[in-house]
Design a protein around this ligand. Structure first.
Ligand SMILES: CC(=O)N[C@H]1[C@@H](OP(=O)(O)OP(=O)(O)OC[C@H]2O[C@@H](n3ccc(=O)[nH]c3=O)[C@H](O)[C@@H]2O)O[C@H](CO)[C@@H](O)[C@@H]1O[C@H](C)C(=O)N[C@@H](C)C(=O)N[C@H](CCC(=O)N[C@@H](CCC[C@@H](N)C(=O)O)C(=O)O)C(=O)O
Ligand SMILES: Nc1ncnc2c1ncn2[C@@H]1O[C@H](COP(=O)(O)OP(=O)(O)OP(=O)(O)O)[C@@H](O)[C@H]1O
Ligand SMILES: C[C@@H](N)C(=O)N[C@H](C)C(=O)O
Length: 427
C-alpha cells in the first residue's frame, strides 16, 4: 500500500465512509468485512453513489483502477491512514478508557474543553478498531485538542489503539467487572485497561488519576506526569453535595470553579465530573467557563436519563450493565429519598464463567435493602435463586409495569444492551 498516495486522496476528500447506506457524494469508501457482509461487494455501488474513491482488499472487486486502490487488508489500511494523519496533528490527544463511564467522562471533558478550545471528541460510542481510526480521520487541522474514547473487550486492544492514536494524555475512569468473558476475569480487565498507562509510561505521557481508586494510583506508578483528582489530598479536589436528585459537585481547593449543578443522577458520576474539571483546569480553561459547560451536559441514549411520567420518576439506565455499574446504580438508588422504589433489572451479558455467580451475588445483595417491588428480567437471572418476580424479557416487564399503576414511585431500569430494557416504557 502506498500510504502517501492514499493520504493525498484523503486530503482531497477528507470524509471517510465504510457504509454505502450512509454514503455522501465525495466520501472515500473503505470496504470492510463484517459478520454479515463483505464490504468489497459494495465498492462499485459506492462509486456509483458518488464516492470519490474506494479502497478494496479483494482483486475481484478492483474493477476501476483509476478510482480504486487494492490493499491487503482494508481495515488495516484504514488504521494506517489514521496513524499517518495523527502524525500530522501536533496537538494533545487525550485517550479515555476504563470499565464504566467512558462516554460520560469523554462528553464532560469535551464540553469543558470546548468552552475555550476547538476540540474534537469521539462521536457517541465509536470506540473500537473501526471507530478509533474513523474518529482520528475526522479531526481537521484547526482542532486544538482531541478526546478519544477507547473501548475494549479483549487483551492488547487498547495497546493497538494507542499505536494508532499516539495519545499524549490519558484517563482510566475505573476498573470493574465487565466483558469478563473476553478479558479472562477482573485481573484481565486491569491488565487490558492498563495498556493505556503502559503506553503513556513509555512515551513521556501525562495521566489524570482519581486518587480514590488505590488500584489506579498503584497502576500509574512510573508514569512521568501524574495529575490527581478526588475528594481530598489531590491536585484537584471536589465534593459531591448530598441529598439532591441530580448530582451537585462543589469544587474545592484553590480552584475558582465553584458549585456545578449537573444534570446527571448518581454519585457514581462524581469522578466523571471531577475528571472534566481536572482536564479543563490542567489545560487552563478559565475557571468561570468550566461549571456552566459541565452543567449543560444532558446524558442521552438511556445513560442514566431521568424521565418523569405523571407522578413517577424513572431512572432509565438501560444503555449497559455489568456487576460494577449495577452495584453503583443500586447504591445510589438505595440512598435516594423517595416514597416508593421499584427495580426492573435486566440480565448482565458477557460475564463468561462468572455469569451465574455474579447474577446470584446481585440477587443476594438486593435482599439487604427494602424495595417496594423487584422484577428480574431474562438471561442468567433465570438460573439463580431469589424471592423476586422473574420475567423472560423486557416486553413482559413492560406489561407487568403497566398493570401495577404505580403512583409517586421511583423506578430504576437497568440492564445490558441486548436486554433492551428501555422497552419497558416504550409507547
Ligand atoms: C464492520 C462495520 O462497520 N459494521 C457496521 C455495519 O454492520 P452490518 O451488520 O450491516 O454489516 P457488516 O458488519 O457485516 O458489514 C461489512 C461492511 O459492509 C458494509 N455494508 C454493508 C451493507 C451495505 O448495504 N453497505 C455496506 O457498505 C458495512 O458498512 C461494513 O463496512 O452496520 C451496522 C449498522 O450501522 C454497524 O453497527 C456496524 O458497525 C460495527 C458494529 C462497528 O464496529 N462499528 C464501529 C464504527 C464502532 O465503533 N461501533 C460502536 C460500537 C463499539 C463497541 O461495541 N465497543 C465496545 C468495546 C469494543 C469491543 C471491540 N473489541 C469490538 O468488538 O468492537 C464497548 O463496550 O464500548 C458503535 O456503533 O456504537
Ligand atoms: N463512574 C462510574 N462508575 C460506575 N458506573 C458508571 C460510571 N459512570 C457511568 N456509569 C454507568 O454506566 C452507564 C453508561 O455510561 P457510559 O456510556 O458513560 O459508560 P461507558 O464506559 O462509555 O460504556 P460502554 O463501554 O458500554 O460504552 C451509565 O448509565 C451508568 O449506569
Ligand atoms: C453496550 C456495550 N458497549 C456493552 O457495554 N456491553 C455490555 C456487555 C452490555 O450490554 O451492557
Amino acid at each position: 500500500m502506498n500510504i502517501e498516495q492514499l493520504y493525498s486522496t484523503y486530503l482531497q476528500n477528507p470524509s471517510i465512509q465504510t457504509d454505502t447506506r450512509k454514503l455522501k457524494a465525495g466520501d472515500l469508501f473503505f470496504a470492510l468485512k463484517g459478520g454479515n457482509f463483505n464490504g468489497n461487494e459494495f465498492a462499485a455501488k459506492a462509486l456509483e453513489l458518488g464516492a470519490s474513491f474506494a479502497v478494496v482488499d479483494e482483486e475481484k472487486y478492483f474493477t476501476q483502477p483509476d478510482k480504486m486502490m487494492l490493499v491487503n487488508d482494508a481495515l488495516e489500511a484504514l488504521q494506517q491512514l489514521a496513524l499517518h494523519h495523527r502524525k500530522q496533528l501536533g496537538i494533545p490527544f487525550i485517550a479515555i478508557t476504563g470499565t464504566n463511564g467512558k462516554t460520560t467522562t469523554k462528553e464532560l471533558i469535551n464540553a469543558a474543553l470546548s468552552s475555550n478550545y476547538k476540540t474534537y471528541a469521539t462521536v457517541g460510542n465509536l470506540n473500537n478498531h473501526i471507530g478509533v481510526p474513523l474518529t482520528i480521520l475526522s479531526i481537521r487541522e484547526d482542532v486544538e485538542l482531541a478526546v478519544i474514547e477507547m473501548g475494549a473487550n479483549h487483551q492488547r486492544e487498547i495497546e493497538a489503539y494507542c499505536k494508532i492514536a499516539l495519545p499524549t494524555h490519558g484517563i482510566i475512569t475505573n476498573i470493574g467487572k465487565a466483558h469478563l468473558e473476553g478479558f479472562g476475569g477482573e485481573e484481565g480487565v486491569k491488565k487490558a485497561k492498563g495498556e493505556l498507562y503502559d503506553y503513556l509510561r513509555a512515551n513521556n505521557g501525562t495521566v489524570f488519576v482519581c486518587n480514590e481508586y488505590g488500584y489506579l494510583m498503584e497502576m500509574s506508578q512510573g508514569i512521568p506526569h501524574i495529575v490527581t483528582y478526588g475528594q481530598e489530598n489531590a491536585d484537584y479536589t471536589g465534593k459531591p453535595v448530598a441529598d439532591k436528585a441530580f448530582l451537585e459537585v462543589e469544587v474545592t481547593g484553590d480552584s475558582k470553579v465553584g458549585l456545578i449543578q449537573t444534570q446527571l443522577v448518581g454519585a457514581y458520576n462524581f469522578p466523571n465530573v471531577m475528571a472534566a474539571v481536572t482536564v479543563a483546569s490542567y489545560f487552563k480553561v478559565p475557571a468561570q467557563k468550566i461549571a456552566p459547560a459541565i452543567a449543560a451536559y444532558v446524558p442521552s441514549n438511556n445513560r442514566s436519563q431521568v424521565i418523569r411520567q405523571e407522578s413517577n420518576t424513572i431512572i432509565m439506565d438501560a444503555y449497559n450493565a455489568n456487576p460494577s455499574s449495577m452495584k453503583a446504580a443500586l447504591d445510589n438508588f438505595a440512598g435516594l429519598q423517595a416514597p416508593k422504589k421499584v427495580l426492573l433489572l435486566g440480565a448482565m451479558m458477557e460475564l463468561g464463567e462468572d455469569s451465574i455467580k455474579e447474577h446470584q451475588a446481585l440477587a443476594d445483595a438486593l435482599q439487604r435493602t427494602h424495595w417496594d417491588a423487584v422484577v428480574l428480567v431474562g438471561g442468567d437471572f433465570q438460573k439463580v435463586t431469589h424471592p423476586y418476580i422473574f420475567l423472560p424479557d423486557a416486553l413482559e416487564a413492560k406489561k407487568w409495569l403497566e398493570q401495577q399503576q404505580f403512583k409517586n414511585t421511583y423506578i430504576l431500569v437497568k440492564g445490558s444492551r441486548s436486554t433492551g430494557m428501555e422497552r419497558v416504557i416504550s409507547q
